[in-house]
Design a protein around this ligand. Sequence first.
Ligand code: PMP
Length: 391
Amino acid sequence: CSSGVVPEATENNSRLNLPADSIINLDHGDPTMYESYWRKLGNMCTVMFTGYQSLSYFANPKNLCWFLEPKLEEEIKKLHNVVGNATVEGYHIVVGTGSSQLIQAVLYALSDPLNEANPISVVSAAPYYSSYSEVANFVRSGLHKWAGDAHTFDKDGSYIEMVTSPNNPDGAIREPVVNKAQGMLVHDLAYYWPQYTPITGPADYDIMLFTVSKCTGHAGSRIGWALVRDINVARKMVKFIEINTIGVSKEAQQRAAKILEVISDSCSQTVRPPDQLDNFFEYGQHLLTERWKKLKDLVKFNELFTLPKFPLQYCNFTGDFTEAHPAFAWMKCEEEVDCEKLLRGHKILTRSGKRFGSDQKYARISMMSRDEEFDLFVQRLSSIHGIANGN
Ligand code: PMP
């Protein structure tokens, strides 16, 4: 997402050396803040491939998801058990090219191909993740159609509700809001990891989506997974991915498996002592806690901006009472101001509340950038006080 404006850090150089007046792009949720953790690990996660490996389309012909690498399946299950954020027993795992592909697959799997006259409605409570509407309507499939904010949905018949918890953009813990008998729920749990939110128990919904993009920061590997209870839904999702991309890159799956293995190890002091490997989630939580503190301290003395508040909750993973430290700041401008436009005027790129089915008073700001970009953002934000006094 650097679009040539923000220079990329090279493999060996974590410093961006940003000029003080550079454009800071916090529009995308690009998880580059995790680079610092992985850089410290050096070659611990290196995965090598020879020329004769991974030629076959097939990874495990005996598995329902025949393109899922057994090692990745094992590491996904292990990590959920270590973190305690989802039940894996009794679920089918479907791997996807990012959870973005799995969102498409699940919409296909839950639609009724025999009811062409009535595409199934897809809803989510505003403010909702801006991609859902795009994914639901992009290819005008005739199977499903975006029906907007779940709060105002009142059509009879079946529907799909996307429940994102913690929510993108505002970090809130969510439950379904339509609650009608013919609803089908998809729980997008991309951010249900300890660095972002207290883990209050293992999730056990019918369909749950996860992604390495937000768990480990390896968005470039494009690996996501779905935990699906119903075998027929899982089968249809696999069929969708077969038609769409004939499976998922084996190299990416192997790399993701290695990364997940190292994360699980980092949580277990018996596998590796902490002087060798920092607990990944504690590291991420620490980084986000510091960033949120800086942002909150600044906003406290600024009459223009406000941020959401999060309750203290007990986290089963850390064994502490903690607040959420979401991946995004959902910032509100108190005056009747277009928040995204205001920030853009200060060379800070964010995503407007309008894109999430909400108001232009809000803007979503990524908290997952590199340190240097975040610090520059906070510094620049501190100079904006109000429209009335010309700032
Ligand atoms: N769901 C949510 C809620 C997200 O925020 C994202 C990434 N922004 C995705 C799904 C897609 O993630 P990916 O395709 O990188 O796995």
